[in-house]
Design a protein around this ligand. Structure first.
Ligand SMILES: [Zn+2]
Length: 97
């Protein structure tokens, strides 16, 4: 069991991915404006984010770099679509009303 954990850890830390094309967002490998959210569902974003942060990204991570208005708009639309936002985001949204 111990060896299994070491092998998994080694594989995890040696994972490398090629950077996206230069005309694409360097975080999510998708074409979007700077103030638009990253594509949370992009495989590149999922892997790249997990390598940097040790966990999978959620929508709050994907909109973290956007301005306040864009974040509010996206949260509202994501909730309409049935997406579950992290607890912190929902609390912030409630406080603003
Ligand atoms: Zn992006």
């Amino acid at each position: 069991m111990k060896n299994y954990k070491i092998i998994l850890s080694t594989i995890k830390h040696n994972l490398k991915i090629l950077p996206p094309r230069t005309d694409l967002c360097q975080e999510c490998a998708t074409k979007h404006d700077i103030n638009e959210p990253h594509n949370r569902d992009s495989l590149y974003y999922q892997i790249h984010f997990k390598m940097k942060n040790g966990r999978s990204p959620n929508w709050e991570d994907a909109i973290a770099h956007c301005d306040k208005v864009t974040k509010q708009l996206w949260r509202k639309e994501l909730i309409k679509l049935g997406e579950t936002l992290p607890e912190k985001a929902n609390k912030k949204e409630v406080k603003r009303k």
